[in-house]
Design a protein around this ligand. Structure first.
Ligand code: KG4
Ligand code: ZN
Length: 367
């Protein structure tokens, strides 16, 4: 079964074609992505209306590119999957509308996929796919969650952030340092030159005993530190950006110290989830999963504990169409219903800008 996947929940238009036939390992046949980062950079963050308009421009040319890569005609698509939520409503509507129109034109089923289900199943497209059950650490720009995953559609929330997401903590700290949006990768690069022990930032909820996270306080601590350093060096006229008076080394030290704080909390809580569930596999997914320090530290903590850790391919960590096609395909393989069909109203769709993963349905204890 060849599934075309369309992702348009935020600032990336992703389209991909995945073969998920029978019980065979899913295979990526084609994959194309357009990132809107440059367009939003001037505004320091995503502008929803601009995002929606750009998705409209990109989605069909990307679809053509994916089919050309796969060497297949549009008629070879057996089902269409799209991101139904969570995300920006207008942006989601673009992918959903196009997916349902394609499904209708081809007479093929369509399936609305949960964006986070896409992220957490994405390692199944890697050379080292996990086996169920596993603990998933899902860390993106909008979410930080620990989950117990017993199978497709069988997800139990173990803990989540009570305020900012881990990616948001990276992005906001980076902004305070004057780095361009999205700050995560830029902050990680700058941190390579810095001393992670230079400043002691808080590790919120580290000893709370539960699996929840809190990152909002970190942003305030970074702001306070940057102000303190800026003030100490500020003897000339007012500067354009708060962090301008800081030396390159001070900025790198702040970056390294804040990254160390975020990573320590993510690693400790993940290992706690492993202990509490007794599971021996950990999957890390979402944009922050691309962070090299997180991978290094989780790698050594898991090796010490005899736990296997799985990641998506690096280029599939951040948003993409492949994970949406894959999740649609794996849902079909698991016998979970695909929406749509040949009926008169089979292609009606809605989007879910806010959509808790727990609503996906199957109880963890079902099988
Ligand atoms: O999963 P994703 O592409 O989009 C959402 O669903 O939110 O994640 C984007 C987030 C951003 O906050 C970005 O700064 C962060 O992932 N990110 C990183 C790295 N690469 C992306 N954070 C830290 N280190 C990285 N290397
Ligand atoms: Zn995402």
């Amino acid at each position: 079964m060849r599934i075309l996947g369309i992702e348009s929940s935020c600032d990336e238009t992703g389209v991909a074609l995945v073969d998920a036939s029978g019980s065979a390992t899913p295979r990526l046949l084609g994959h194309a992505l357009h990132s809107q980062i440059e367009m939003h950079q001037a505004y320091g963050g995503v502008v929803p209306e601009l995002a929606s308009r750009d998705h409209i421009r990109r989605v069909l040319p990307l679809t053509d590119a994916v089919l050309a890569q796969a060497g297949l005609p549009l008629s070879a698509v057996d089902a269409v999957a799209y991101t139904r939520g969570p995300g920006l409503a207008g942006a989601l509507l673009v992918g959903s509308g196009v997916a349902c129109a394609l499904g209708f034109a081809l007479g093929r089923p369509v399936v609305g996929v949960h964006h986070l289900e896409g992220h957490l199943l994405s390692p199944f497209l890697s050379a080292d796919p996990p086996e169920f059950p596993f603990v998933a650490l899902l860390v993106s720009g909008g979410h930080s969650q620990l989950m117990r995953v017993d199978g497709v559609g069988r997800y139990e929330l173990l803990g989540e952030t009570i305020d900012d997401a881990a990616g948001e903590a990276f992005d906001k700290s980076a902004k305070l340092l004057g780095l361009p949006y999205p700050g995560g990768p830029a902050l990680a690069r700058l941190a390579l030159q810095g001393d992670p022990l230079a400043y002691k930032f808080p590790r919120p909820l580290l000893h709370s005993g539960d699996l929840d996270f809190s990152f909002a306080g970190l942003k305030t601590a970074v702001l306070t530190q940057v102000k303190r350093l800026a003030h100490a060096r500020l003897d000339g006229p007012a500067t354009l950006h708060l962090a301008d008076p800081l030396s390159a080394q001070q900025k790198a030290d702040v970056a390294a110290s804040v990254q160390a704080a975020i990573v320590e909390v993510l690693v400790k809580k993940s290992m706690m989830a492993i202990r509490q569930t007794g599971l021996r596999r950990l999957v890390v997914a979402g944009g922050v999963g691309a962070n090299a320090l997180l991978r290094e530290q989780l790698g050594s903590a898991c090796a010490k504990a005899g736990v296997r850790v799985h990641y998506p391919e690096l280029h599939l960590c951040t948003d993409n169409g492949a994970m949406i096609a894959l999740a649609g395909g794996m849902r079909a393989q698991a016998g979970l219903a695909l929406a749509g069909g040949a009926g008169s109203d089979g292609y009606r769709f809605d989007v879910r800008p806010r959509w808790p993963l727990s609503e996906l349905g199957l109880p963890v204890t079902a099988a």
